[in-house]
Design a protein around this ligand. Structure first.
Ligand code: CTP
Length: 198
């Protein structure tokens, strides 16, 4: 997809400014690395899964913004695929769901996910919140003008496990990052992890 990485980089930058020790796990994007953050670069869903598992253990807060590919090619061939047929079917297999894996192996850490939806935003986001065992989900209607992949702005509804909701309206991604962090850090404090440094 056309994910730019802006939302994730804005979150990393904002968390660093608030005094967090930040590890940014990033796919290939064309953005400048945020100052003061530990960067781990990955290219595939499998690599991201491995790195997230390794780094989540020592984290109080995990925010998964990445638009991870849901499927990968079932097999790779060494030789060229000749165009000797009129059509070609590719067999795909599911990639691992990183957040679900993290919530199964969860300690006390707070887990935040995003839900990119094109229809029935709230119901689909609530279903993801529970299916993935999250504390907070950022529901994002990617069909809305100025919202979603490859935009400077975003509009979201923050939904927590207890049914609390905050509708942000259309905001620059940097401002939405601040809102998400404020809400996430309240959950971190409530879980008795690190104290919030506003
Ligand atoms: N996610 C993940 N691992 C995947 C796919 C997604 O951890 N293999 C995370 C995303 O980073 C996001 C959340 O799960 O925080 C929801 O991602 P989204 O693309 O909205 O939904 P999917 O789980 O892929 O479900 P669907 O595509 O069916 O809506």
């Amino acid at each position: 997809n056309r994910s730019s990485g802006r939302m994730g980089y804005a979150l990393a930058r904002a968390a660093h400014r608030r005094g967090a020790d930040v590890t940014l796990v990033t796919g290939p994007v064309s953005l400048a690395p945020p100052r003061g953050c530990r960067m781990v670069r990955v290219e595939t869903a499998a690599e991201m899964n491995e790195v997230m598992r390794a780094h989540a253990v020592a984290s109080d807060l995990v925010i998964m913004v990445a638009a991870v590919a849901d499927y990968r090619a079932y097999e790779a061939v060494d030789s060229k695929i000749k165009k000797d047929k009129a059509g070609l079917e590719l067999r795909l297999e599911r990639t691992e769901d990183i957040l679900t894996g993290l919530s199964r192996a969860r300690g006390k850490r707070v887990l935040v996910g995003f839900a990119a939806e094109t229809n029935d935003l709230i119901n689909n986001a609530i279903a993801k919140l529970h299916a993935k065992g999250l504390d907070l989900i950022v529901a994002n209607d990617v069909t809305e003008e100025g919202s979603g992949f490859d935009t400077e702005t975003n509009s979201a509804v923050l939904i927590d496990r207890d049914g609390g909701r905050e509708t942000t309206g259309l905001l620059p991604k940097t401002e939405l990052a601040e809102r998400i962090l404020t809400r996430s850090l309240e959950l971190v404090s409530a879980a008795g992890l690190v104290a919030e440094r506003a």
